[in-house]
Design a protein around this ligand. Structure first.
Ligand SMILES: *[C@@H]1O[C@H](CO)[C@@H](O)[C@H](O)[C@H]1NC(C)=O
Ligand SMILES: *[C@@H]1O[C@H](CO)[C@@H](O)[C@H](O)[C@H]1NC(C)=O
Ligand SMILES: *[C@@H]1O[C@H](CO)[C@@H](O)[C@H](O)[C@H]1NC(C)=O
Ligand SMILES: *[C@@H]1O[C@H](CO)[C@@H](O)[C@H](O)[C@H]1NC(C)=O
Ligand SMILES: *[C@@H]1O[C@H](CO)[C@@H](O)[C@H](O)[C@H]1NC(C)=O
Ligand SMILES: *[C@@H]1O[C@H](CO)[C@@H](O)[C@H](O)[C@H]1NC(C)=O
Ligand SMILES: *[C@@H]1O[C@H](CO)[C@@H](O)[C@H](O)[C@H]1NC(C)=O
Ligand SMILES: *[C@@H]1O[C@H](CO)[C@@H](O)[C@H](O)[C@H]1NC(C)=O
Length: 458
């Protein structure tokens, strides 16, 4: 079986990242990257595992610019100034809200945005509106209320330590709390239009692995959204402003209504599981990185590679641009490898330059500057950051070592995590690497923390 060891690395700053090192001793446990659930995890304090760090090697204090410590808000939450006009019951979703604050913590929000922070933020808003509909019978806020509520929501999160530019980071605005172009917002009308019991059965519990392939709940949501969107063809149903929206936009807006309805039928923590499970399918499907032009690479690596080191230098310099962007999941890294490989092939690079230059999946995620072993791939299942007073903010990394990035081949279909016949490339034997592991992880942490902070300052 697999054994995971998580290290608590406590630094002078009080900032902390938890690493889950997955050590796989059997091929089976890693045959699918989804298969991260149910491993045996052994939690030990780092003090037990690491030799004393001599004072000279103790991490240097971080940049004084960061004062006060990013954790201060947690240890002394500021009381937010609320508008007094928002009717959402924030207390009903208190634990969700504080989890969102941690997931979107000021220091990490930009790095965790795509995988952890924004999906959690969106789920929380859907659930808040869903829960409030139990009282108001409305699955949407009007424009005025939406402004007040989004502002209050933000104030509360910021008061608990979240980044203050979440609207920008997660591209969310007040219109995301309204019905937008969806013609149905009334709960009774909703329930008389869609087959709500069928919807509930399909979505009351979502298996985050199976759902992405079977799409049982997603199909039920699409069906319901399409049905209520059809009401737009009835002119009596429409308020003037959204008659003009096209059909696919409307269906999309109606999906939010459907999700809010689910958020009203399930309790908040169950809703969160469902909503994060659903959004996670989309998260893992897409490589979120932006790729610079590969023109320069084509020069060094195109046709017959005459100078391998020139080609690999160019590759290294290219991926270093990708490594400054964000933390991604292991499946996203696979998407990114496919995307880059395809791009390179289109610019007439035929040789497997990933293999030639030892590019691994970890090379696609955020790295600490100047260190090869410093990538952190997030798990492909929905995950949250955690906070505790003594150790600070933690999140889980899947440090599956150095899985080579697969070079896309025309005979193979694009990576389909659903397809059980597609296997993640085999892992190297892990046992031999064990002795150096803990120090490696510590080094990683130090570099990573400082690079995270540097990134904030840019
Ligand atoms: C923390 O909050 C308490 C009251 O809740 C206040 O008395 C104290 O001054 C605050 N400390 C800091 C450092 O802001
Ligand atoms: C908000 O929710 C909490 C917990 O569910 C409940 O105790 C409280 O009465 C609600 N407040 C309002 C104004 O509905
Ligand atoms: C928005 O909704 C609130 C509460 O339902 C109501 O008091 C207010 O008049 C509405 N505003 C508009 C512009 O419809
Ligand atoms: C929200 O953003 C969309 C574009 O993403 C824009 O069309 C809309 O006007 C914005 N709404 C508000 C209320 O700012
Ligand atoms: C918010 O609404 C805009 C359109 O107004 C949409 O493009 C965007 O995806 C929405 N954001 C979320 C997080 O739903
Ligand atoms: C590449 O090498 C092959 C054989 O090794 C040769 O036939 C071909 O002409 C070469 N192409 C270029 C552009 O040098
Ligand atoms: C290959 O490229 C490297 C630097 O990119 C250069 O130093 C070296 O001289 C080149 N080798 C040959 C044989 O051209
Ligand atoms: C799964 O992959 C195999 C080969 O890799 C392919 O033949 C098959 O059609 C795929 N199935 C699905 C459902 O994509």
């Amino acid at each position: 079986m697999s054994e995971g060891i998580s290290l608590n690395l406590s630094l002078s700053m009080g900032l902390l990242v938890l690493f889950l090192l997955l050590l796989c001793f059997h091929e089976s446990c890693c045959s699918s990257m989804y298969n991260l659930k149910g491993h045996i995890s052994v939690n030990r304090r780092v003090d037990d595992l690491l030799p004393e760090i001599p004072p000279s090697e103790a991490p240097q204090p971080f940049l004084p610019l960061l004062a006060p410590s990013p954790l201060a808000p947690f240890t002394n939450s500021t009381v937010p100034k609320l508008s007094g006009h928002c009717l959402l019951n924030f207390t009903a979703a208190e634990s969700l809200m504080s989890m969102t604050s941690i997931d979107c913590h000021a220091v990490f929000a930009p790095l965790l945005a795509n995988v952890v922070c924004c999906p959690q933020l969106e789920a929380t808003i859907l659930i808040l509106i869903g829960q409030s509909s139990r009282k108001t019978n409305m699955l949407a806020l009007n424009g005025t209320l939406a402004e007040h509520c989004l502002s209050d929501f933000e104030q509360i999160l910021v008061g608990q330590g979240a980044a203050d530019d979440l609207k920008k980071i997660c591209s969310i605005n007040a219109s995301n709390l309204t019905e937008a172009s969806c013609p149905v917002k009334d709960v009774n009308e909703f329930e008389s239009t869609v087959d709500s019991s069928k919807l509930l059965v399909a979505c009351q519990k979502v298996d985050p692995v199976k759902e992405c392939c079977d799409q049982i709940c997603q199909n039920a949501i699409l069906e319901a959204a399409t049905k209520i969107a059809m009401k737009a063809s009835d002119p009596l149903n429409m308020e003037g402003h959204n008659v003009l929206s096209d059909h696919s936009t409307r269906i999309n807006d109606c999906k939010s209504i459907v999700l809010r309805w689910l958020g009203s039928k399930l309790d908040p923590s169950r809703s969160k599981e469902v909503l994060r499970g659903l959004s996670n399918c989309n998260v893992n499907k897409v490589c979120p990185l932006s790729f610079p032009s590969t023109k320069h690479l084509a020069k060094s690596c195109g046709d017959n590679i005459s100078n391998q080191s020139a080609c690999c230098n160019a590759m290294e310099s290219y991926v270093s641009h990708l490594q400054k962007q964000s933390l991604i999941t292991n499946l996203q890294a696979l998407d990114c490898a496919t995307l880059l490989g395809t791009k390179l092939q289109k610019s007439s690079i035929t040789a497997d330059v990933f293999k030639l230059c030892h590019i691994s999946l970890k090379d696609f995620t955020l790295q600490a500057a100047g260190n090869q072993e410093s990538g952190c791939l997030l798990p492909s299942l929905p995950s949250d950051a955690t906070f505790d007073k003594s150790s600070g903010i933690s999140f889980i990394c899947d440090l599956n070592d150095n899985i080579p990035a697969p070079w896309p081949s025309s005979s193979r279909l694009p990576t389909q995590s659903c397809n059980s016949s597609v296997r993640i490339p085999a892992l190297p034997a892990a046992a031999s690497a064990q002795s150096g592991l803990y120090n490696e992880a510590l080094k990683f942490y130090q570099l990573f923390a400082s690079s995270a902070i540097l990134l904030m300052l840019i």
